[in-house]
Design a protein around this ligand. Structure first.
Ligand code: NAP
Length: 487
């Protein structure tokens, strides 16, 4: 305590996706002029840059999946397609003048807290030093590739959904998709009319919430443009519906809202899938929203096209001409898409992160990734995460989550700027207490109700924020300084 004011702490933001762009804008607006944004890709956009698969869209309504300070009157649809979302982020970065502050092709490989500052090293050998690091590195980022025997011997084209190979034409081809997550479901709708045969390799069926996706008319867009208050009200109406109907429901497995979601999914299956055999193949044996809920008005229609098949036999191995299932059948394919999800326990890793006294992130997260209020890790001072572990990743629009987190982080950084301290990190006691509380609360969530999903850590404990979104908003409004170690 009692340090010299650091009028100009230097910030390093890692990542130029949704939350990295947000960080740059908010730092600039808060008068923190000394910052760099390092991005390993060649442009902004994060998940929207990396995912380019056919059918890509965001199943959070577009007017909610927008920065609160930059509502977009021009969204084409209630759930707009991926390229439109990517263009929105590029446009925001440009209009707020932060794109010029971003350095692309710069992968941070090491961040070490030495002599009171963060020393960074990039893959190209360059270095930088900062007082504060904001890890805006994303959650669903590192593809998870199953170790199918023979995958490397497949003679057709094979790629992960987040590494779509656009040089491969799908027209008239026999295409296999492994997985039934949100990604696979969107891809099915996106390609079924183009391909000759589509085989969906399903290990676990999914509940599907029906959803219309109307286009906004030109008259509506004009109204939004000319009356920003209408747009703001639309956003807050959607946010309220989302909070009450979904976010508050998933953290209370006994809630009537969750029952309503389950009933809607059952009715969707019953009403939409005609063939009883296919209907039973597609019927999950767990409760809706236990896994990440699929929201789609297209999937059941698409999977019932004559050229589509659901394969429920497990995958034995991949052979040069296709997928051999455990019943001995060979499913001959030209293209194999692995919509098999992401390694969600990685966060900033594989970056090597070293905190106080040489403590590594690998040591800290040996059991499972965790962070006080999803933001700060004991002994990793002035390192803050956006959408880090234990945040409301499955509950709400991640843009709102990141905005609230960043406002909270800036309040902590203000302590450094004013000289109240030079190092801020969550205390071990507060972090342990938070961890114990969230694990206890997680028992009541739908994610603990008996299914496997990426919400669960290696010990089967849901990683996501287990309380209401209002509670998250409340927690983010002001840091409890007693929970921090301020040096
Ligand atoms: P995911 O939800 O993790 O789904 C992966 C799928 O691959 C699952 O069906 C899984 O089966 C299957 N799988 C994995 N390994 C397998 C193996 N060895 N053999 C057979 N099947 C295997 O991944 P995702 O679909 O990419 O979605 C990840 C998350 O991204 C979503 O939950 C969502 O949060 C986000 N997302 C959002 C949107 C959006 O519109 N907002 C769109 C796409 C994705 P099991 O279920 O049996 O494990």
């Amino acid at each position: 305590m009692g340090n010299e004011p650091r009028s100009e702490p230097r910030f390093i933001v890692i990542g130029a996706g949704m939350s990295g762009i947000l960080s740059a804008i908010k730092l600039k607006q808060a008068g923190f002029g000394d910052f760099a944004v390092y991005e390993k890709g060649d442009r902004v956009g994060g998940t929207w840059r990396e995912n380019t698969y056919p059918g890509l869209s965001c199943d959070v309504p577009s007017h909610l999946y927008s920065y609160s300070f930059d509502l977009n009157p021009d969204w084409s649809h209630r759930f707009s397609p991926g390229p439109e979302i990517e263009a929105y982020f590029e446009d925001v970065a440009r209009r707020y003048g932060v794109d010029s502050r971003m350095q692309f092709g710069k992968e941070v490989t090491r961040a070490a807290f030495e002599d009171g500052r963060w020393q960074l090293r990039m893959a190209d050998g360059s270095t930088d030093v900062g007082d504060v690091v904001i890890a805006a590195t994303g959650v669903l980022h590192h593809p998870s590739i199953p170790d199918f025997e023979g995958l490397d011997r497949f003679e057709g084209a094979a790629f992960h959904s987040a590494r779509w190979d656009h040089d491969v034409s799908l027209a008239g081809k026999r295409v296999g998709i492994v997985g039934t997550g949100s990604t696979a479901i969107q891809i099915v709708g996106g390609i079924v009319d183009e391909v000759a045969e589509l085989s969906l390799f399903q290990r676990t069926p999914q509940w599907v919430m029906p959803q219309d996706n109307p286009a906004y008319s030109e008259a509506e867009k004009t109204e939004f443009r000319e009356h920003p208050e209408t747009l703001a009200k639309l956003r807050s109406d959607i946010a309220l519906l989302f909070t009450e109907g979904f976010s508050n429901a998933v953290v209370d497995a006994d809630s009537p809202q969750l029952q309503a979601i389950h009933d809607a999914c059952v009715a969707n299956l019953e009403d939409s899938v005609k063939d009883p055999e296919l209907r039973e193949k597609l019927r999950p044996d767990y409760r809706a929203a236990c896994k990440r809920l699929i929201i789609s008005g297209e999937f059941y229609g698409a999977i019932q096209r004559p050229n589509a098949t659901v394969v429920t036999e497990g995958i034995e191995r991949i052979e040069k001409s296709g997928v051999r299932t455990r019943d001995g059948k060979l499913h001959e394919l030209d293209v194999l898409v692995l919509a098999t999800g992401f390694r969600v326990d990685r966060f900033m890793r594989p970056m090597e992160v070293i905190g106080r006294n040489g403590r590594t992130l690998e040591d800290e997260w040996r059991e499972a990734p965790s962070a006080y209020l999803a933001i700060s890790i004991p002994d990793f001072p002035n390192l803050f995460m956006l959408n880090g572990p234990n945040g409301p990743v499955g509950n709400f629009s991640l843009i709102d989550v990141a905005e609230l987190q960043l406002a909270y982080i800036l309040q902590l950084v203000e302590l450094v700027r004013s000289g109240s301290c030079s190092e801020v990190s969550a205390s071990r006691t507060a972090t342990d207490r938070f961890d114990a509380d969230r694990k206890q609360a997680a028992k009541k969530t739908i994610w603990s109700s008996g299914c496997k999903s990426w919400y669960l850590d290696a010990n089967g404990v849901p990683m996501a924020w287990p309380w209401t979104f209002d509670r998250f908003r409340q927690e983010m409004s002001k840091p409890r300084l007693a929970d921090f170690e301020l040096l």
